[in-house]
Design a binder for this molecule. Structure first.
Ligand code: GLA
Length: 724
């Protein structure tokens, strides 16, 4: 890995064993994007910049009409002159003018990577960082572009800091995190879109002229659009072809866009969504943007996923969870909803313990007057009618059953019907004179207020200090409205959305760092805020409120492009399923849930003796293969088709496990051989069910005949151990 500056030809070359990224300096002032892709052993500027005197092109040097920033591939945009494509930043000065003129100033190269203050970011112990300084000398503004390249992965991170070294206030109307121009547009754009209970649906479409953009203005990254863009060659599939992935480490409003411009190049830009953002940059202050991960694969989507999986397990989630096995849980929600007593929970926990379950999670309904979802958020004291002996007592009883104890919170919310709202109505997000909009009959606390942050930190510390809570499910079940704050002057109201996210990050970092042994699960009505920012604090996320096995196989398939199975909470729930009413076999529900971070969310006492016996066996099976399922490599073997059939493979040095789901049964079944593709070619694998022995190469290339499966939503698995 190295970052090299060629002083004679004025370019930077960032490279490791797999990738190169090259930035040029033109006219000693302007940063051009020269290359990003497979590693180049050396670079001698073979791909010269196109210099043509174009119509409507503007020229920084008037007599040099072939040189225009309107057409060159750039590393950042210009503002108010020269470049008309989507921009990465926008300032407004005190006179109301929106113009800057940044020019290259100097650079620094350093080992490692500094953490981004107040923001989650990848740890950079294995990286090297290039900081390129640009200066607007008229207003004394400084912009620093940060690039970190990793030693062991085809990954670069980018972020920007904006500093006001002048004497006047300036306002940042747009604080983008990265921009780069590819000199071509024959890409397919990949996005993950969805809705509540239908998260992470993959969309792939050819880029076309104009701007293709996804964004959130909801206050969170949202289930509607995941903060990710992929650019794939047309022929790229799971196993071959080039693909770039851009993933934003941020949990609030974002924009991610691709612009195909007039001469066939593609601009990628990602950052905080400027629609709901502005920042007052006082003299002597700096604004740091969140970070974007740039990932490149030459071997299709599976390889891209391998890199994301390793990257986030190694450099993003809290260190203490990297190698830590996760417990099998029973979550109380779908089995009880709000309707339970202490005796019910204790009986359920006792039964769960005899089945081998390791963590009992008490979900919503344990606090305040909470008998339905209309009340009590914010009143984080125990509901005595349901739990007369308190949370600590319940935790003790669960611990006596040799299980861990987990508890649900939705800390960012406040019900109008709550003691907290009576005491602190001003803590909820609001704008003077306008009614407050409710969602799920609740309001959102203004997390940008330090006193609200302190209150939540203290509340959580008080619960966790008892040492009785081993796990917290952190929920967030509505989006932001009336985003205003009484604490800020009128020219800073548009800071609130971002300050909310910073407040959230402050709470999360203080609480998770103080209680490193507590496992936090991220949730926002399922995957509503499943993003790399949240993962930096909470190593797993409840992937969707949809627990139907068939829907889940699609949702988990989508998330697996970016996150490993250990990060996606997945539970066996009752059949018929509560969200879609579908009946699925218990075996299928198990195999799909087992392919994520595994647990149960069922009315456990209503299961038949046969079902309980099956569950017991499932748990024994899971424990036996937990290392493989939680820490093995995960590959998709089949692209999702109209029948929703899926197949995937878990693999480590000693074993492998394939899960196949037929989705909707088809008539006139075609001949299908499923190729495992990623097993060790020269190894011998023993099928632990049939005792047949096969070579990795025959499994990879000749494949397994898919048997005739009648009935919908049936899954099977094959488990092999490596015998040589
Ligand atoms: C959200 C979560 C569910 C459950 C409920 C409780 O919808 O995603 O898992 O915790 O809230 O109200």
């Amino acid at each position: 890995m190295s970052i090299y500056f060629d002083a004679s030809q004025n370019f930077f070359h960032l490279s490791n064993n797999e990738i190169s990224y090259i930035i040029g300096i033109e006219k000693k002032q302007y940063l051009t994007h020269r290359y990003f892709g497979p590693r180049l052993a050396e670079y001698h500027q073979v791909n010269q910049l196109q210099m043509i005197d174009r119509g409507f092109a503007t020229n920084p040097i008037s007599e040099e009409r072939t040189f225009s920033l309107n057409t060159l591939p750039l590393e950042t945009s210009t503002q108010g002159s020269l470049d008309y494509r989507v921009s990465n930043y926008q300032f407004r000065n005190i006179d109301g003018h929106c113009i800057t003129n940044f020019a290259y100033d100097h650079f620094e190269i350093s080992e490692g990577k500094r953490p981004l203050e107040g923001l989650p970011s990848l740890r950079g112990d294995q990286g090297q960082t290039l900081a390129i300084y640009l200066v607007d000398s008229i207003q004394s503004l400084e912009m620093v572009l940060y690039y970190t390249i990793y030693e062991d992965l085809p990954v670069i991170t980018r972020s920007v800091s904006y500093t006001n070294n002048g004497t006047q206030i300036v306002y940042i109307e747009n604080a983008g995190s990265m921009l780069l121009d590819f000199p071509r547009c024959d890409f397919d754009l990949l996005t993950f879109n969805g809705a509540h209970t239908n998260e992470a649906t993959i969309h792939r479409q050819a880029l076309h002229p104009g701007i293709q953009k996804i964004a959130s203005t909801r206050g969170t990254s949202s289930p509607q659009h995941h903060p990710f863009l992929g650019l794939a060659d047309r022929y790229t599939n799971e196993d071959q072809g080039d693909v770039y992935g851009f993933h934003f480490i941020y949990s609030g409003n974002f924009v991610a866009q691709a612009e195909v411009e007039q001469y066939g190049s593609t601009r990628i830009q990602i950052g905080i969504n400027p629609e709901t953002f502005e920042w007052k940059l006082s003299p002597g202050t700096t604004f740091q943007t969140p970070e974007v991960v740039l990932n490149f694969s030459r071997k299709g989507f599976n390889q891209l996923s391998q890199t994301f999986h390793t990257l986030y397990q190694t450099y993003l989630i809290p260190k203490q969870w990297q190698q830590e096995e996760r417990p099998i849980l029973l979550n109380s929600w779908e089995g009880n909803y709000f309707d339970f007593t202490e005796e019910d929970l204790i009986r359920q926990a006792q039964l769960a313990s005899t089945l081998g379950i390791e963590l009992f999670v008490l979900d919503d309904g344990w606090f305040g007057q909470r008998t339905d979802d209309t009340t009590s958020l914010g009143d984080w004291y125990v509901n005595n009618a349901k739990l007369p002996n308190g949370i600590e007592h319940l935790a003790d009883v669960i611990h006596q059953q040799k299980m861990k104890f987990g508890l649900w919170f939705e800390p960012e919310m406040i019900s109008v019907k709550s003691r907290l709202f009576e005491r602190h109505p001003e803590w909820s997000l609001q704008v003077p004179n306008y009614p407050q909009t409710q969602g799920r009959q609740q309001l959102v606390l203004n997390l940008s207020l330090p006193e609200v942050q302190d209150h939540l930190i203290q509340m959580l510390i008080a619960y966790l200090s008892s040492n009785k809570i081993d796990y917290i499910k952190w929920d967030m079940n509505r989006h932001l409205t009336e985003v205003g704050s009484f604490l800020l002057p009128n020219d800073q109201q548009k800071e609130v959305s971002h300050r909310y996210v910073l407040g959230l990050y402050r709470i999360l970092s203080e609480v998770t760092e103080r209680f490193p042994q507590v496992l936090f699960e991220n949730c926002s009505s399922g995957g509503g805020r499943f993003d790399p920012g949240m993962i930096a604090y909470m190593p797993q996320t409840w992937a969707s409120d949809n627990t139907d096995a068939l829907c889940r196989s699609k949702i988990q398939y989508g998330y697996s492009y970016l996150y490993p199975p250990i990060m996606m909470g997945a539970h066996v729930s009752d059949s018929p399923n509560h969200q879609v009413g579908r009946n699925t076999p218990l075996e299928s529900r198990f195999l799909i849930a087992m392919s994520g971070n595994f647990g149960y969310e069922i009315a456990i006492e209503k299961q038949s003796p046969q079902e309980l016996e099956m569950i017991k066996e499932q748990i024994i099976f899971y424990k036996k293969h937990r290392k493989l399922l939680q820490f093995g490599q995960f590959y998709r073997l089949k692209e999702l088709d109209a029948s929703y059939s899926t197949a995937w493979l878990f693999k480590n040095e000693t074993e492998a496990l394939l899960v196949y789901s037929n989705g909707l049964a088809q008539p006139a079944q075609t001949v299908q051989y499923l190729k495992t593709k990623y097993l060790e070619e020269s190894a011998l694998y023993k099928d632990m069910n049939t005792e047949e022995i096969y070579s990795g190469s025959e499994l990879n290339h000749a494949g397994i005949l898919i048997p005739r499966i009648k009935g919908d939503f049936n899954c099977f698995y094959i488990h092999w151990t490596v015998i040589r």
